[in-house]
Design a protein around this ligand. Structure first.
Ligand SMILES: [Zn+2]
Ligand SMILES: [Zn+2]
Length: 348
């Protein structure tokens, strides 16, 4: 009994010190500003630089700020904590091990730029220079945001200069990379602008095909296209409703000699009306109501109320919406790289 009591007392006393070392979870792979040293705008600037580095050079460089390592059960030097966090997150490509992590522990007044094992010790000196000459002078004046931003710029230019010192790419690779960079820089909106221009010749061809003269199969007499008013006499009720809803446009051609009639249907490219299950005309309106919103853990549910403007049939359908993904999979997690302790540290 006494032994048990002693054990309990010992455990209780030792518990705070014996607390296991943990690491923060990342919410994204570019900037995790746990100590809130950066404004949203400053974060955005840094994030866009880090994104570009990742898309152009394939290098994962992440910035982490914490208040103190003690929050994660760690006391003492920053080096083992930085290496542990780097490997816990798996920063960088798993085969190249070329990740970079800038870690700032504000109240410990310590920082480290940890690099993946692929760099060996080659980055220790340049990172030390960046910390001592670019970052720490800013931190000493409490300019954390400036120190981080200037430091990120300096690290990126060191990493990319190192690449251009390597054997130069052949010309066609350079040109191709230039084109890729241009497309990445302008963004996807360019396709939205270009699409209507690409469709112009298609539309012109369709217009010509639709307007060209029709010849009567019975007597080879040129046919006449009826105007909207007189064509209705030859259309079914459902077709007139379709024209009214603009889901389908009809041309009615009539031979002036033998009164032969040809009806041609032109479906609208963009119409909110679907085909009715009862009368088959494109006169079906669908109204979607979200009954249950999808979350990251559960699927959602939508009710679709259909109503036909021609035969007035009504019916209801259900749709399950997929779970929300936390973010796009390609940029939501690190590549699984590791560090063997390369890099440099500083304090202020
Ligand atoms: Zn005819
Ligand atoms: Zn119908």
């Amino acid at each position: 009994m006494r032994i048990l009591l002693t054990l309990i007392v010992a455990l209780t006393v030792l518990a705070p010190d014996a607390r296991a070392q943990t690491y923060p979870d990342y919410s994204e792979i570019y900037v995790n500003d746990f100590a809130d040293l950066l404004t949203d705008e400053e974060e955005d600037d840094i994030r866009s630089d880090l994104k570009r580095l990742r898309s152009e050079e394939g290098v994962e460089f992440t910035v982490v700020t914490i208040n103190t390592m003690q929050d994660f059960g760690h006391t003492g030097a920053i080096e083992p904590f930085a290496t542990g966090l780097f490997n816990h997150w798996g920063v960088g490509d798993a085969t190249r091990n070329d990740g970079v992590m800038m870690l700032i522990a504000r109240f410990d007044r310590k920082m480290r730029i940890e690099v993946g094992s692929g760099y060996g010790r080659s980055k220790d000196a340049p990172m030390k220079a960046i910390i001592d000459r670019v970052i720490v002078p800013q931190f000493r004046n409490d300019n954390y945001a400036a120190g981080i931003a200037l430091g990120v710029d300096a690290v990126i230019s060191d990493l990319t200069d190192g690449k251009s010192a390597a054997p130069a790419d052949p010309l066609h690779v350079k040109i191709w990379n230039g084109i890729k960079r241009m497309f990445l820089a302008v963004g996807n909106w360019i396709y939205l602008l270009a699409a209507p221009l690409l469709l112009l010749p298609v539309q012109a061809y369709r217009r010509w095909k639709r307007d060209r003269a029709r010849i009567c199969p019975n007597d080879q007499c040129p046919m006449i296209r009826l105007d909207d008013h007189s064509e209705d006499a030859h259309l079914e009720e459902g077709q007139i409703v379709e024209e009214h809803l603009k889901s389908v446009d009809y041309d009615v051609w009539e031979c002036p000699l033998c009164e032969h009639i040809t009806i041609e249907a032109y479906k609208a490219w963009f119409s909110s009306y679907g085909a009715c299950r009862s009368c088959s005309f494109r006169t079906l309106e669908a109204e979607t109501t979200t009954v249950k919103v999808a979350t990251t853990t559960t699927t959602g549910k939508q009710r679709i109320d259909y109503q036909c403007h021609n035969c007035h049939d009504t019916y209801t359908g259900w749709r399950t919406t997929p779970k929300k993904s936390k973010s796009s999979s390609s940029s939501s997690s690190f590549g699984g790289g590791s560090s063997s302790g390369g890099g440099a540290s500083g304090s202020w």
